[in-house]
Design a protein around this ligand. Structure first.
Ligand code: ADP
Length: 334
């Protein structure tokens, strides 16, 4: 999946690591999910067996990888990380599976992108802790069943609906991550600022939180840009006005919308008179994959009241017209 973000930050090296919490307590927000997961882990520890497989579903940047690492850390087991697109053949997966230690966590990001044959191999392994290893080629080939120690798969997906049901059924616990409310992002930014050694004045964190598109990854990114600003301007403490100045320089949208969000709204409003427009036409107009628009862009736009999904297609709301600085038509929806 292509990561879509606000323009000046697209090329930032992956630096999620330093800001990742390592224990469940340090994970901000999502209280229900945390309570469920805590119980699930405590039970596994008491039973002294690896917990059931876990599926984490939700848009990018909301903490799926972080949660997977926390789970492994809380269970005090190693974690192996791979992803759907990284596994090209079933054999790639077979060799990972056959090298897992007892209790190990196998994290599979973008699990909905596994090739079909690998999917089948995976759900057998998840259910029966067995993998058939192919030996030889052609008519002489044979498969040798190999028993695996118990392990835990943590799958992450931005498209739960694309997982075939036999695979989905192998997960004992599914967690849905949703966009974070501003107060939670404010806490997250405050925590990250402490980790980065940046002092924020009262009211500064919320300036970043409200522009973070409900997404921790974006919140941390904005914070880093503000940190750069503070460094260059020799600020000991960052005031709300500094945050505004810094983020204005980067042309961060006041509602946190990113380039793709704006492109989508622009297309609906300017090319399709506000809609309704079908997803395929919309995708063609903004030059982006349908999947990206559907999973990355739309959930947030719908939630924030910029976009409506109707049986006839996507429509821009009054709020969208106004955000683009345009006069909504008389009959625009709210
Ligand atoms: P995903 O795997 O869903 O794309 P990540 O787990 O990589 O997202 O999270 C992106 C960044 O946001 C990481 O730096 C992570 O530490 C941070 N983050 C995400 N969720 C939280 C949270 N609930 N509390 C604290 N930090 C978080």
């Amino acid at each position: 999946l292509r990561m879509v973000s606000t323009a000046p930050m697209d090329n930032e090296p992956v630096s999620d690591e330093e800001l990742r919490p390592h224990i469940l307590d340090g994970f901000i927000g999502q209280p229900r999910l945390k309570a469920q997961l805590q119980l699930f882990l405590d039970a596994a520890k008491k039973r002294e067996v690896p917990p059931d497989h876990i599926l984490l579903a939700g848009p990018p940047g909301l903490g799926k990888t972080t949660l997977a690492m926390i789970v492994a850390n809380e269970l005090e087991v190693p974690i192996r990380v791979t992803s759907g697109p990284a596994i090209q053949h079933a054999g790639d997966l077979a060799s990972i599976l056959s090298s897992l230690d007892a209790g190990e966590v196998l994290f599979i990001d973008e699990i909905h992108r596994l090739p079909r044959a690998a999917e089948e191999l995976l759900y057998i392994a998840m259910e029966d802790f067995r993998v058939d290893v192919m030996v030889g080629k052609g008519p002489g080939a044979s498969s040798i069943p190999l028993t695996l120690p118990r392990f835990t798969v943590i799958g992450a997906t931005t498209r739960e609906g694309m997982l075939p049901s036999p695979l989905r059924a192998r997960f004992g616990f599914t967690a849905h991550l949703d966009f974070y409310p501003i107060e939670e992002l404010e806490k997250l930014i405050t925590r990250s600022a402490r980790v980065l050694g940046l002092e924020l004045a009262q009211g500064s964190a919320i300036q970043m939180a409200s522009r973070s598109r409900g997404t921790p990854r974006i919140a941390n990114r904005l914070l880093r840009r503000v940190r750069d600003w503070a460094l260059v301007h020799d600020l000991e403490i960052v005031e709300p006005q500094d945050v505004q100045d810094a983020l204005a320089l980067y042309q961060i949208d006041t509602e946190g919308l990113d380039r793709l969000d704006i492109a989508v709204l622009n297309a609906i409003v300017n090319n399709f008179q506000g809609g309704p427009v079908g997803l395929n036409n919309l995708a063609a107009m903004v030059g982006e994959e349908q999947e990206t628009i559907e999973t990355v862009c739309e959930p947030y736009l719908v939630r924030e009241g910029f976009l409506m999904r109707t049986p006839r297609g996507r429509m821009a709301t009054r709020k969208a017209w106004e955000h683009l600085g345009m006069q909504p038509p008389e009959d625009a929806s709210n």
